[in-house]
Design a protein around this ligand. Sequence first.
Ligand code: AP5
Ligand code: MG
Ligand code: ZN
Length: 226
Amino acid sequence: MAMDLRIVLLGAPGAGKGTQAQRIAEAKGLPHISTGDIFRAHLRDGTDLGKQVQAFMAEGKLVPDELTCDIVAQRLGETDCSHGYILDGFPRSVPQAENLERLLTAQGDRIDIAVSIDVDDDAIVERLSARRSCPKCGAIYNLRFSPPKQDNVCDRPECGGAELVQREDDQEDTIRERLRVYHETTEPIVAFYDERGLLSTVAATPLSPEEVFKEIESILARTVGA
Ligand code: AP5
Ligand code: MG
Ligand code: ZN
């Protein structure tokens, strides 16, 4: 059986966390847990949680820590998470990182590695303005850097020609606000994982998604033997 592996992906909005998490999930057979995706599913379904998070997300602000940590604790308790997972977009503040650490310590587990995908702010604005995704399977595209084969349509045959959509928070002023929040509230957790000897960094600005993935694979092989 495969080894237990708990990975945290760090990086600014648009750094490529989702893109890489999808690849790692496929390569390692681990669940991909994106708090942003969970919240967006609730928004779409119009649940109570969706109503609670709507305004925060639309403004590029963080959803309150307590609410977020509850959702994550619940998700990590599901059976597919028992041998590990890839966390994408969580933790996103020092209190969230501490909360996760307490949760894992209580069950005798720990985060094995945090990989920070570092991309310059200017490149991020360019990437996010051109991002599109499939509403059916969640595949991530970019009109400039990784376009679908057919204009604005998901590549996967299973999606039956689904039209790609743009995220509401991918407008330039919201992107700037998300970046501001990232630098102020999320970036300090890079030091949190560094202090624990768990941090690896990919200087990803000039790299293609494929090149970033290769670096992450070699980091995982080197650090946790996965
Ligand atoms: P979330 O959904 O997590 O958004 P985010 O952190 O802003 O990150 P993104 O999903 O925008 O970027 P990504 O790093 O996944 O990049 P991607 O791979 O898509 O969160 C949304 C909101 O939910 C938050 O603002 C907040 O309100 C709330 N929330 C979520 N988690 C929370 C938490 N823990 N606490 C509180 N609130 C929370 O790539 C981006 C684009 O670039 C794509 O088009 C892609 O094709 C392209 N691309 C990727 N890699 C490359 C490359 N190497 N070269 C060129 N293009 C590339
Ligand atoms: Mg994402
Ligand atoms: Zn699709």
